[in-house]
Design a protein around this ligand. Structure first.
Ligand SMILES: [Zn+2]
Length: 260
C-alpha cells in the first residue's frame, strides 16, 4: 500500500490547550501521517514561539502570521510596523489568518476597520509574494468583493458558505479548506461544497483546538484527527481516502509554490 500523507492547513498548536501534552500531540500527528502542518499564530509573541519551534523540522511545520479581524481595533502604528517586519521573515510562509468576522463584531466602524486591515494584509502578502489564509464569518459577500478587487493567492479557511459562492472563489483561483464541519450531520453546506467543487482546489484542516470532527466532536481538536476529515471528504466525493489525500497533498504544494 502506498504511504499516505495528510495535510493540516490550519492548526493553532502553539495555543495553551496543548501545554500539557505538546510532544505527545505531535507524536500522534506523526503516527497518523499528518506530515504537513501550517501553524497559525495570532500575536507577535506566538509567532516568535512558532518560528523557534518550526526550525525543528521546516519541511513538516510551517508558520503563518496575521492580524485577526477581532484584533484590528487594538493595533497601533508601531504594532503594524512590527507585523510588517515579521511578515517579511522568510520563515513566515503565509499571511493569516486575516479577514472579516461580522458574527462577533457588530459595530459598523470596527467592521470598516476590519476591511481596511484585510486589504492592507492582502496587499502586503502580494508584495511579499506569499499566500494568505482567510477567515470569514457572516461576511462572505464583503470577503468576496475584497478578494476579487485585491486579487492574490489565497485560501478560504473553514469555508462555510454555499457551493455557489465556493464556485465563485474557485473561479478566481482561490482554494477551499474544509474541516471538522464536513463530518457534522447538520453542516449541509460543507458537504455540498465538498461534493461540488473542482478537486484541484480542495484542502483539509483541523482549525484545532476548535471544531473537532466526528467522532471527537466536542472534544479538544488536534492535527492527528485529520484522517477523519479526509475520510469523510473521500466518502462524499466517492473516491478512496488514499486518492483524496494525494489530491490534497498535491494541491497544497501547488498552493504554497504559487503555480497555476
Ligand atoms: Zn484559526
Amino acid at each position: 500500500m502506498k504511504e499516505l500523507h495528510y495535510l493540516d492547513s490550519h492548526a493553532h498548536i502553539m495555543a495553551e490547550e496543548y501545554q500539557e501534552d505538546f510532544e505527545e500531540m505531535l507524536k500522534r500527528a506523526e503516527d497518523a501521517h499528518v506530515d504537513r502542518i501550517m501553524i497559525i499564530t495570532l500575536s507577535h509573541e506566538e509567532t516568535m514561539r512558532a518560528l523557534a519551534f518550526a526550525r525543528r523540522d521546516p519541511g513538516r511545520y510551517k508558520v503563518a502570521a496575521g492580524i485577526f479581524p477581532e484584533d484590528v481595533k487594538n493595533v497601533s502604528d508601531e504594532d503594524w510596523q512590527v507585523f510588517e517586519k515579521t511578515a517579511a521573515d522568510p520563515e513566515v510562509t503565509c499571511i493569516g489568518e486575516i479577514g472579516l468576522d461580522y458574527y462577533w463584531e457588530k459595530d459598523p466602524e470596527i467592521r470598516k476597520l476590519q476591511r481596511e486591515y484585510f486589504i492592507r494584509q492582502i496587499e502586503l502578502a502580494k508584495k511579499l509574494n506569499k499566500p494568505f489564509l482567510v477567515h470569514s464569518r457572516d461576511a462572505i459577500q464583503d470577503t468576496y468583493d475584497i478578494m476579487k478587487a485585491h486579487h492574490g493567492r489565497g485560501l478560504m479557511h473553514c469555508y462555510s458558505g454555499t457551493k455557489e459562492m465556493a464556485r465563485e472563489f474557485v473561479k478566481l483561483g482561490y482554494y477551499i479548506a474544509l474541516g471538522g464541519a464536513v463530518t457534522f450531520k447538520n453542516a449541509r453546506h460543507s458537504v455540498e461544497v465538498c461534493a461540488d467543487i473542482d478537486e484541484n482546489y480542495l484542502l483539509s484542516e483541523t482549525d484545532c483546538p476548535y471544531m473537532a470532527p466526528v467522532p471527537k466532536r466536542g472534544k479538544r481538536n488536534e492535527p492527528s484527527y485529520i484522517p477523519y476529515i479526509v475520510n469523510k471528504m473521500a466518502e462524499v466525493r466517492g473516491v478512496s481516502e488514499e486518492y483524496m489525500a494525494e489530491v490534497i497533498d498535491r494541491n497544497w504544494t501547488r498552493f504554497l509554490e504559487g503555480k497555476e
